[in-house]
Ligand binder design. Structure first.
Ligand SMILES: Cc1cc2nc3c(=O)[nH]c(=O)nc-3n(C[C@H](O)[C@H](O)[C@H](O)COP(=O)(O)OP(=O)(O)OC[C@H]3O[C@@H](n4cnc5c(N)ncnc54)[C@H](O)[C@@H]3O)c2cc1C
Length: 418
């Protein structure tokens, strides 16, 4: 967890930090990005070669902020908070939150950065589940939120609460079950329902991704670029062996972490694909080469009562989650990155045209340019999510870009709008 503020006059005194240090299980950290080793550019202070070599290593980069190397003449700390707490216990989290609440500081919670685990997977108790959590097993067992049965959380008052369908059910509905990670408090544990291991048939082939397929299998479909049809079928004794054998088997283990990319996305309604498959296919194929058609909705995910979790109800009628992305190499000129932003905004416009302005999207893999993010990410659950946010975080300690309550803050994210 990191604490930061751009108004130094409101910064806690040394005595406040000494009190914090006395309450923590280990000393606070005053973080400096490892990229600092590359500065000053004319005479690097450390091992800059290692920084460059590990720039895309997910076990290293996601816990850091991303600073362009060698493009700046002076060193800045980028997006890192001024003080960090390596929270080992719920009491550590409580001490940091109480200090932040007293001084009206912003809190940044860091889990995995979706890549800081050895196999490059998301954290079990982080934003993956709080924002929804899709998986190729979702058509069989439901979305991540459907399988989460209890969690513990530190709220802005510093209370450490247990939430499930009986205890703080409103917070359970919102915080753990799709209302957006980081918005309501700091999660300290999650309990999941588990399922018996089953045999898995893994198929790589050319196939039409129809709504019927979406009801029965999970997977990822990509736009073919080479004309080569991959055909492979393999039987695995469990999903874990698919995971370790195929997904975690990527030798670089990067899976996109650490690289520069932005994306836009939409949940494609089953009805739209059934009624007008040609338009859907033509629209998606007309845009670019990085369309990923996630077959992670439908089946069990569509049989859950849409109002039983805070998750965007659009998930329950979707056949697929479609993502379009554009990346750029380190060192790309700002003007060229702006051109890419323009391209992405263009894709968003095309998706809006395809689905209409009320189309839903997945909060965890989405655009930064949503004009109506409240409806797009949360659908008609937004007003209830907002009321729960006000109840558990009345001062707005936890701010998430395009999350519930975001529009109340100014551009610095430090101050509530007048
Ligand atoms: C390469 C890649 C592949 C992905 N694949 C999938 C996929 O298959 N399915 C899917 O559903 N999503 C996928 N995602 C999206 C993923 O769900 C999000 O990136 C998610 O935010 C990762 O959560 P994290 O907690 O691991 O990461 P972090 O970056 O550490 O956290 C993300 C957000 O959650 C908040 N947060 C984290 N931990 C806590 C906590 N304990 N309490 C309160 N707030 C917290 C943070 O403050 C931050 O705002 C993918 C992302 C990437 C980069």
């Amino acid at each position: 967890m990191s604490l930061s503020l751009s108004r130094p006059s409101c910064w806690p005194s040394d005595a406040d930090f000494a009190l914090l240090a006395s309450q923590l299980s280990q000393p606070p950290i005053y973080p400096v990005p490892p990229e600092s080793a590359c500065y000053p550019v004319s005479d690097p202070s450390g091992n800059c070669a290692e920084v460059i070599a590990r720039a895309f290593d997910p076990n290293w980069r996601p816990v850091q902020c991303s600073l362009p190397i060698s493009k700046r003449s002076s060193f800045r700390t980028g997006r890192l908070g001024s003080v960090s707490v390596d929270a080992q216990t719920a009491e550590d989290v409580q001490a940091a939150v109480v200090l932040a609440e007293k001084w009206n500081l912003r809190v940044v919670v860091k889990s995995t950065g979706r890549g800081n685990s050895p196999a490059g997977s998301a954290g079990a108790a982080g934003c993956w589940v709080q924002g929804g959590g899709h998986e190729i097993l979702s058509p069989q067992f439901g979305i991540g939120v459907d399988n989460a049965i209890q969690f513990t959380v530190v709220t802005s008052s510093g209370s450490h609460l247990t939430a499930n369908v009986y205890s703080h059910p409103d917070l359970f509905w919102a915080n753990l079950r799709g209302g957006g990670g980081g918005t309501y408090g700091v999660l300290t544990s999650v309990a999941y329902d588990t399922h018996p291991e089953e045999y898995v048939v893994f198929v790589a082939t050319e196939a039409a991704a129809t709504p019927a397929i979406a009801q029965s299998i999970g997977g990822y479909a990509y736009k073919a670029t080479s004309g080569t049809v991959i055909e492979a079928t393999q039987l695995f004794p469990s999903f874990y062996s698919v995971y370790t054998g195929i997904f975690a088997g990527n030798p670089s283990k990067t899976d996109g972490e650490g690289s520069n990319a932005e994306l836009v996305s939409r949940l494609l309604p089953r009805g739209l694909i059934e009624n007008d498959p040609e338009t859907v296919a033509e629209t998606l194929l007309s845009m670019n080469n990085t369309v990923i058609y996630h077959l992670v909705a439908g089946g069990a995910a569509s049989k859950v009562d849409p109002d039983s979790t805070g998750l965007n109800p659009a998930w329950r009628t979707a056949a697929a989650h479609v993502v379009l992305s554009e990346g750029w190499p380190e060192g790309t000129r700002v003007s060229d990155v702006r051109l890419i932003h323009g391209t992405l905004k263009g894709y968003l416009g095309v998706l809006e045209e395809l689905l209409g302005l009320g189309g839903g999207a997945y909060f965890n893999e989405a655009s930064l340019y949503e004009s109506n993010f409240q409806e797009t990410f949360f659908g008609d659950h937004h007003s209830k999510l907002e009321a729960i946010k006000d109840q558990y975080d009345p001062a707005g300690l936890f701010v998430v870009v395009e999350g519930v309550g975001f529009e109340r803050f100014d551009d610095t994210l430090d101050c509530l709008k007048a």
